[in-house]
Design a binder for this molecule. Sequence first.
Ligand code: AMP
Length: 249
Amino acid sequence: MKVLVGVKRVVDANIKVRVKGDGSGVDTANVKMAMNPFCEIAVEQAVRMKEAGSVSEIVAVSIGVPQCQETLRTALAMGADRAILVETDQEVQPLAVAKVFKALCEKEQPGLVILGKQAIDDDNNQSGQMLSALLGWPQAAFISKIEITGDSAQITREIDGGLERLCAKLPLVATTDLRLNEPRYVTLPNIMKAKKKPLDNIKPDQLGVDMTPRLKTVTVAEPPKRSAGVKVADVAELIDKLKNEARVI
Ligand code: AMP
């Protein structure tokens, strides 16, 4: 079975982002970029499934600027077999992501698509759901476990107050939650090997996809600064403040 994995290049999760002065977005100039953490989990899952014998080929896909090739090389170093960059300088929104993946699914015929549950830059949490709707395939969002048996997948999802188990027919769109696995570190030999793995570069036009953004960001703002805490003298004062100032009891 072939697996397509979505790999988004985002601002490194350890970087504190800054909002641009004009409030039009987040400043990404000279900021360290990395693979979206939920996409790392997606790649790791595909590699583990290949190691276990249920997957035969892993294709990593990124949509965006030419620098996304670096992110794809990381996916190849983790164990993906080949990569596709769908190159565009335009802002990439979830509907366009879903349309690109739909076109690639029609071309590549995978049994499974694994995306992150959300990209940590835009926090959209939409691409996987939109893709399954466009393809008419089952979806398993926020998975914390997946096993392939025959032509179906057994899935575990964490929900409020417990675990939900699902059985879905393949082909399937799955999105990863944090507890699915812990991604491996890439080793130097694997980084070297990854340089020789195939990386195709195509344009959205070649897939017949219109990338025009449908949504307009009106403004982006920093969260309000937290005010300093106060030290109370005793329990009576604490209760008084909770009752009369915070009004939470
Ligand atoms: P989102 O719906 O934007 O929160 O993204 C959810 C998931 O869709 C990400 O974790 C990726 O797996 C995939 N995805 C979103 N944008 C891209 C992109 N530009 N290139 C590749 N995959 C993407």
